[in-house]
Design a protein around this ligand. Structure first.
Ligand code: ADP
Ligand code: MG
Length: 411
């Protein structure tokens, strides 16, 4: 097991960039993926959010470009695909920071950026391009981008790309990059629908890496929930938490409409916030994120679509103001806090109809999430006794199954 960056056989220029970033030792996925990637292997890697997957592919990519320097000017040699433009910019930023002692350059091709800017870019030599699939495909179709020089294809947040319906486009991009030497695929989970079939065509005999993060990397999120009697009660608790407990908070809501109404409520309570939602012009999203990142505001409201894959530093609290649609989205959300060794808090404010979801989440993460109370805001309603009901449901389902089995036998 590799424990230091020095053991990874990276060039000194990369090591000193890593040191400047304050990374002391590689995370588990980094120490597993980097040697395999440099060994020429295809990689299928999964590791939870916040465990340093970006550097796990960016570092070997940068090392590879230095080991095999280009002979003449030309198009991109490494292509990184990400599901969203924010994520593309973050990956590009981090890669540039790691590459700061080299001459290698990194570009992004994403939606929401003026065409002219890209046009300039594409006339120059590129080493690494970070792109969103849809936009890149448009570029290829109009012959403004050429994949023939791509040597490594890297897919970041592959599960999200599939969720967002990018599967077919990624397949086409994979075909465009058919002369590549290596493919690396990174994902928070490999469990989602279709990931298996999807990866089969993309990767050649991949090394499968599943980083179950070490204790040092996980378990630093304190999770709990509050029960609310009504929307008003819910908002009072939120206000209390934001003003009395939380420092830097992301609040998740389920729709744009919910976001809009919460925003107004917070404004009238004089709590300053910024917000991001799926359909929002690029500059406004960037603006919202940088206001939050720079500490100008300490509350960010987000929908799940908008928050996919974004790395927002130093978040003390993730609040599920609306419960997510599924347990794995819950995990993605709470992964926004306690990143790379920091401590964090994740809390949900649930109404009676959410009780079932919070219990499903507990089963999924196989951990108990405890209920907490806020003084003078205790819920009046009793906790719905879902467990019994669920048991009944299970029993009924089991009985039904038996019945059909008997029927089949009779036939
Ligand atoms: P993931 O893609 O797995 O969600 P990121 O690559 O976005 O995670 O990294 C999460 C955070 O951890 C980033 O802020 C990153 O700078 C930091 N980080 C990455 N690698 C290390 C490391 N080896 N030591 C400390 N912090 C790290
Ligand atoms: Mg990532």
């Amino acid at each position: 097991m590799i424990r230091t960056f020095a053991e990874l056989e990276l060039d000194q220029n990369l090591i000193s960039a890593i040191e400047d970033m304050g990374f002391e030792r590689p995370t588990q996925i980094q120490s597993e993926a980097i040697p395999q990637a440099l060994d020429g292997k295809d990689i299928l890697a999964s590791a939870p959010t916040g465990t340093g997957k970006t550097a796990a592919f960016a570092l070997p990519a940068l090392q590879y470009l230095q080991d095999f320097p280009r002979k003449r000017a030309g198009p991109a040699r490494i292509l990184i695909l990400t599901p969203t433009r924010e994520l593309a910019m973050q990956v590009a930023d981090q890669t540039r920071t790691l590459a700061k002692n080299t001459n290698l350059n990194v570009f992004t091709i994403t939606g929401g950026v003026m065409y002219e800017e890209h046009a300039d870019i594409l006339a120059t030599t590129q080493d690494i391009v970070v792109a969103t699939p849809g936009r890149l495909m448009e570029y290829i179709e109009s012959e403004r981008f050429d994949c023939r020089a791509i040597e490594w294809l890297i897919l970041d947040e592959a599960d999200r790309m599939l969720d967002m319906g990018f599967g077919p486009v990624v397949d086409r991009l994979s075909a465009e990059c058919r002369w590549r030497k290596q493919t690396l695929l990174f994902s928070a989970t490999l469990e989602g629908r279709g990931v298996e079939g999807f990866t089969e065509d993309l990767l050649k005999n991949p090394v499968k890496l599943e980083a179950d993060p070490s204790r040092r990397e996980r378990k630093k999120i304190t999770q709990w929930y509050h029960r609310a009697d009504s929307p008003q009660h819910k908002f009072s608790m939120l206000k209390h938490i934001l003003t009395e407990q939380a420092e830097r908070t992301i609040i998740f809501v389920k729709t744009r409409e919910r976001l809009a109404s919460l925003r107004l409520q917070l404004e009238s309570a004089q709590i300053v916030c910024s917000w991001i939602q799926g359909e929002m012009p690029q500059d406004r999203r960037n603006n919202a994120i940088s206001r939050f990142r720079d500490g100008e505001v300490n509350v960010l409201i987000a929908t799940d679509v908008a928050a996919r894959g974004i790395d927002l530093p130093d978040v003390s609290h993730v609040i599920n103001y609306d419960m997510p649609r599924s347990a794995d989205v819950y995990l993605h959300r709470i992964g926004r806090t306690a990143r790379a060794g920091k401590k964090g808090n994740a809390l949900s404010i649930v109404e009676a109809h959410d009780q079932e979801m919070i219990e499903r989440v507990m089963r999924y993460i196989q951990e108990e999430i405890k209920e907490r109370y806020i003084k003078e805001m205790r819920p009046e309603h009793k906790k719905p006794a879902l467990k019994k009901k669920n048991k009944k449901k299970v029993k009924a389902a089991a009985a039904a199954k038996k019945k059909t089995a008997v029927k089949k036998k009779k036939k």
